[in-house]
Structure formats: C-alpha cells, structure tokens
Design a binder for this molecule. Structure first.
Ligand code: C5P
Length: 247
C-alpha cells in the first residue's frame, strides 16, 4: 500500500461559527478533543508519516500529549486556511522531495475512516498528480436570485463535494501555492490550486459521514458518527474471529 511521507493538518482556525468558549478543535467528543481524535485516525492509517501541525501562534489549549506521531513539528498557522497550509508547504522546502506525497487534512474532520485514508492512497499511489476524497452531491441544488428566491435548479449530475484529505506530490503542491500567490488567487482547497496549473486531480469516492465540524449542532452529530463507526468496526472484527464460522 502507498503511504504519504508527510501530513499537513491545518488547525489554526478560531471556529467563530461554533460560538464556543474555545476553538472547535478543542471541543470534547466524549472525553477526547477533536484535534486528538483526528490525529489518532491519521496515525492509525499512516503511523510512519511525519506530521506538520499548523496551530494559531496564540493557541492556549494545545498539549503535546494530543499528538500520537513520533515525527512531528508544530508550525504557526496564518489568518486563512490557505496560509496555515502554506506554512507546512514552506517548511517542506528543505525537507521534502518533489515526488513525495503530502496529504492535507482539516483538523475539523475527525470522522475520516482508516479505510478511506487507505483507499485514497491506493487510488493515487501511482498517479503523477494526486487527488482527494470527495462525495457525489445527493441533494437537489438551487441557485438563488438577488431576493433569495430560486433562480434555477442546477443539475447535480457530475457534481461532487470536495472533502479532505487531499493528497498531491510535493512539487505540484509547491507550484500551486506559488502560482496562487502570484495570481492573487484565494485557494479554498489544495485541488483548486492544482487545477489552475492545468492538472486534473482524481476524485476518490469517500464516505459521506466525513463531516467538517462547522456549526454547534455538528458536534453531537460527529460524536454519534464516531460511536457508530466504532460499533461497526467491532461487529466487523468479531465476524473475523476464529470459531465464528457458520455451522
Ligand atoms: O473554518 P473552516 O472549518 O473552513 O476551516 C477548515 C480547516 O482549516 C480547519 O481545520 C481549521 O482549523 C483550519 N484553519 C486554519 N487556519 C485558519 C483558518 C482555518 O488552519 N486561519
């Protein structure tokens, strides 16, 4: 199986839409912080990878015990997600080869499964460019007019929601970030920057429960999803145990 050499986790957001007492990455899911849950999933999938964790320079909640990786580095994030990821890309200048794989994953997505992480790397492992987890759009889409009434229904066929992780060769990511600066393009995800170079990143179907915690109501939902995923994996494992063959 292919594995990334590098993981960049932007975690410098202040999460103002959550209206919580601390940034959303430090809210508790059962008894662990969102940040610890997310890093634990990434570590389970890619224990050998090196982690670049981009945090707010004024972060008062982070503690090193939340990081399960052996090789990791704390970096100062920026005032937008793209600037936080850029801190990781810049740090890699002296450390990464241009063919190395870099996976970028939002800290606010703790429900990403190990199976999806492996599926992404298996799908892009031999690709010269890279790709991302994504989910086909399932709702009917409307475009609004200036009065917030429906202007048109947008056909959803062929439309996807871009999730994370997004994984690219380091050299291509570097070029995408440099180009975005020179073009003053605000990259909302890595794929959009890579697309502007003329590449076509691969869409790899990911689970629709890989939610990004954004609004207050998302936290309880994400906690439920994590519990359900654990129950499912226990069921799956018990089916595999010796002595459970049907008679
Ligand atoms: O705010 P939003 O949920 O879209 O942020 C997506 C990810 O980017 C989160 O993991 C968040 O912590 C991170 N982020 C960051 N630096 C910022 C803003 C967001 O690392 N300035």
């Amino acid at each position: 199986m292919s594995a990334p050499q590098w993981l960049i986790v932007p975690a410098a957001g202040r999460g103002t839409r959550m209206r919580a007492a601390c940034p959303k990455q430090y809210l508790l899911l059962d008894d662990a912080a969102v940040l610890a849950c997310t890093l634990s999933r990434l570590h389970e999938a890619f224990p050998e990878a090196a982690l670049l964790l981009c945090l707010d320079s004024e972060d008062q909640w982070f503690h090193a015990s939340m990081v399960p990786f052996e090789r990791w580095q704390r970096l100062d994030g920026g005032d937008e997600r793209v600037n936080s990821v850029r801190a990781g890309i810049d740090w890699l200048t002296d450390h990464a080869h241009s063919d190395d794989w870099v996976l970028v994953h939002d800290v606010a997505r703790p429900c990403v499964t190990v199976a999806d992480l492996h599926r992404l790397m298996d799908a892009i492992g031999d690709d010269p460019v890279g790709g991302l987890l994504a989910a086909p759009v399932t709702d009917t889409l409307k475009r609004q007019d200036s009065d917030q009434r429906i202007d048109e229904t947008v056909p959803r066929q062929g439309l996807w929601r871009a999730l994370t992780p997004q994984g690219f060769r380091y050299g291509i990511l570097r070029e995408a970030f440099d180009r975005a600066v020179s073009d003053r393009f605000l990259m909302t995800d890595e794929a959009s920057g890579v697309e502007r170079l003329g590449h076509a990143p691969l869409l790899v179907t990911g689970r629709s429960d890989n939610l990004k915690i954004t609004h207050p109501e998302d936290l309880a939902l994400v906690a439920q999803i994590l519990r359900a995923q654990q129950d499912t994996s226990r069921l799956y494992l018990s089916d595999k145990e010796p002595g459970h063959e049907p008679i």
